[in-house]
Design a binder for this molecule. Structure first.
Ligand code: SF4
Length: 201
């Protein structure tokens, strides 16, 4: 939970999420839910789950994946971590531990427990970025990540699917050059327009 959401005037929902221990004993660390919430944020980043660095620092996307995502969005760290711009709520709010050669998937109980209330609560969201296959499966249903991202225009203006910005994505981007040519310009234009409109309110 970032300071912006943990301070005075913090909504009850953010406080409840910060206190959640539903996965205690099922994950290798003490649960540390990480979200960035604001009722008026026009953009929601629905991502996968925090990694180890974010778990340690308490700041979501505080790593190379976050740097890549900010580059895709065309925003600075200050803009990214301003909850008035972006709500950040992964499909699992806590680091889920390892599985095989990578991180485990987000805990299923997290979306079941929190997503419906979160969606109702985030009343100002106009665009939800579906970052990675877990968010896409939840919001869009069946299909591979590449299929969902390639069909991004079908989901606009409400959703925009993206790959997870991990180091593995570099190879995926080389194989799918349409992502840089078509998706990123659309993403940046929409993010820029929504942030501009927010500043004028
Ligand atoms: S992953 Fe979600 S449900 Fe599990 S402890 Fe963290 S906040 Fe609670």
């Amino acid at each position: 939970m970032t300071d912006e959401t943990a301070g005075a005037g913090q909504p009850d929902l953010a406080r409840e999420i910060a206190a959640c221990r539903a996965c205690a004993g099922k994950i290798p660390y003490e649960p540390r839910p990480l979200v960035q919430l604001s009722r008026t944020a026009p953009i929601l980043i629905a991502s996968q789950a925090p990694g180890t660095k974010a778990h340690d620092s308490g700041l979501t996307f505080d790593d190379a994946s976050g740097d890549r995502l900010r580059d895709w969005l065309g925003v600075s760290r200050a803009q990214f971590y301003d909850p008035a711009n972006f709500a950040i709520a992964a499909m699992g709010f806590c680091y889920p531990g390892r599985a095989g050669s990578g991180d485990a998937p987000p805990r299923r109980e997290c979306a079941a427990l929190w997503r419906p209330r979160l969606t109702d609560w985030l009343g100002g969201v106009q665009l939800t970025l579906l970052v990675g296959s877990h968010a896409q499966a939840h919001y869009l249903g069946r299909g591979t990540m590449t299929e969902h991202v390639r069909a991004f225009r079908d989901h606009l203006p409400r959703y925009l699917p993206l790959p997870h910005p991990s180091w593995r994505t570099k190879l995926w981007m080389q194989r799918n050059p349409w992502f840089q040519a078509d998706v990123l310009p659309e993403l940046r234009a929409r993010v820029h327009a929504l942030l501009q409109a927010r500043r004028k309110d």
